[in-house]
Design a binder for this molecule. Structure first.
Ligand SMILES: Cc1cc2nc3c(=O)[nH]c(=O)nc-3n(C[C@H](O)[C@H](O)[C@H](O)COP(=O)(O)OP(=O)(O)OC[C@H]3O[C@@H](n4cnc5c(N)ncnc54)[C@H](O)[C@@H]3O)c2cc1C
Length: 377
């Protein structure tokens, strides 16, 4: 289901746009099982910007009237919204990290749909959005496990693991994001939207009363946009690509600037995720023979020194995604006399300031946000 060559990802997206996208809003909530033709399965690529939101939407609007694909565009912006929201509520992620417990699941719970989705996630690294919602709800309200342990289970096994979408998705199901309004998995809804594949009647806890006292999400830290960078005066330019953005170099390529580039990645404990990550990076290396691969800080320092880098660009690191924005690394760069910036793409820069309240308010800005891109509507 998840090719690792960019050319194949684009070909699949072109097919999806031509054949499936016009009925996406009607069909997207059905989980009919793999290969999940009614949804795009783009999340592992968008998460790493192996393909960017702009690239996806250019292809989508190329074969569809924008009016007919509004729902899809909204979904693309959901991840942007969650990431922006977490930027203005960073302590929510720290709280999650501080309260993770490991709660091992029994091999079989006896709830067929839940056991199936668990296996599907372990086998493919993916779950349909509706099944993520049902799975999380059953985890919390029927099986009685903590939402944090569920979020951690997804974190370990998803190809598309995104700290913001995952943590806030689990909090939303748990009734913490929209306070005391949990998402309850209903057996008739599962029966309907799986086309009768599962019917867990009388197996789920379909009624809960929550009484959380909102204490931590009403406070907002204003998102301060980093300074816009001047692309002049960038001699001896180096770019480090990593899982936060595997195509940041294209900004410089379009401007016909010369640069050196390395791709940084470390082992993932999950074999499937590790293999996927390795293969998409290999595709980038195959398509760019002068890019180097690095897997630890010492190799990065050697690369910086060998290439005589004076100006270094790294992908901006949002909450939960810190790799290089740490004192140890920044001190090293200062010692080497290297200027550095963590570059926030305009896509995020324009959207994050609107992501402080609910998605309903945020989405009113989508037409303006699209107008700020070079997507031709
Ligand atoms: C409990 C829970 C945990 C989740 N964890 C993650 C995660 O770690 N990483 C992740 O990328 N998504 C996460 N999601 C959101 C969503 O389930 C996936 O993005 C979606 O299922 C990916 O499948 P797709 O690419 O086929 O989606 P499509 O329906 O084809 O949507 C296109 C793109 O829009 C974005 N998108 C769609 N729905 C959502 C959503 N609800 N929230 C955020 N972005 C969305 C994704 O980037 C997706 O690739 C989670 C949802 C829940 C309920």
């Amino acid at each position: 289901m998840f090719p690792t060559k960019k050319s194949q990802v684009i070909e699949n997206l072109i097919n999806f746009s031509a054949k499936e996208l016009s009925s996406y809003s009607k069909k997207r909530n059905y989980d009919l099982g793999p290969p999940h033709k009614n949804v795009s399965k783009l999340s592992p690529y968008l998460r790493t910007r192996f393909i960017t939101e702009e690239e996806v939407l250019k292809i989508a609007v190329g074969s569809n009237n924008i009016k007919n694909i509004e729902k899809f565009i909204e979904e693309i912006f959901w991840r942007t919204y969650w990431r922006g929201w977490l930027e203005s509520h960073p302590w929510i992620y720290d709280e999650y990290l501080n309260t993770i417990q490991h709660q091992p699941l029994p091999k079989k719970t006896g709830i067929k749909c839940f056991d199936y989705w668990k296996e599907e996630l372990l086998d493919t690294g993916y779950l349909h959005n509706h099944s993520r919602m049902w799975f999380a709800s059953i985890w919390i309200f029927t099986l009685g496990y903590s939402w944090q342990s569920g979020a951690n289970f997804f974190k370990k096994n998803l190809l598309d693991y995104c700290p913001a979408s995952n943590t806030l998705g689990w909090r939303w199901v748990a009734g913490l994001q929209t306070i005391n309004k949990p998402y309850l998995a209903m057996s008739h809804n599962i029966d309907y939207f799986t086309n009768g594949r599962f019917h867990p009647f009388n197996q789920l806890n379909e009624q809960v009363n929550l009484n959380y006292i909102e204490h931590n999400s009403s406070h907002v830290i204003k998102f301060i946009k980093p300074n816009k960078i001047e692309f002049k005066n960038f001699d001896n330019l180096g770019i480090i690509l990593n899982k936060n953005d595997l195509s940041l170099n294209n900004i410089f390529k379009i401007k016909k600037m010369t640069y050196e580039c390395c791709v940084y990645s470390t082992e993932h404990k999950n074999k499937l995720v590790n293999e996927f990550n390795k293969n998409i990076i290999q595709d980038i290396l195959n398509n760019n023979k002068n890019f180097e691969f690095t897997e630890n800080f010492n190799q990065i320092v050697d690369w910086l020194t060998n290439k005589k880098i004076k100006n270094l660009v790294l992908p901006y690191e949002t909450v939960g995604n810190k790799i290089f924005n740490i004192e140890k690394f920044k001190n090293k760069l200062e010692k080497l006399n290297i200027n550095y910036i963590f570059l926030l793409r305009d896509w995020d820069r324009n959207a994050f300031p609107y992501a402080t309240k609910g998605f309903f308010k945020f989405k009113k800005n989508i037409p303006d946000l699209i107008n700020l891109t070079d997507i031709q509507i």
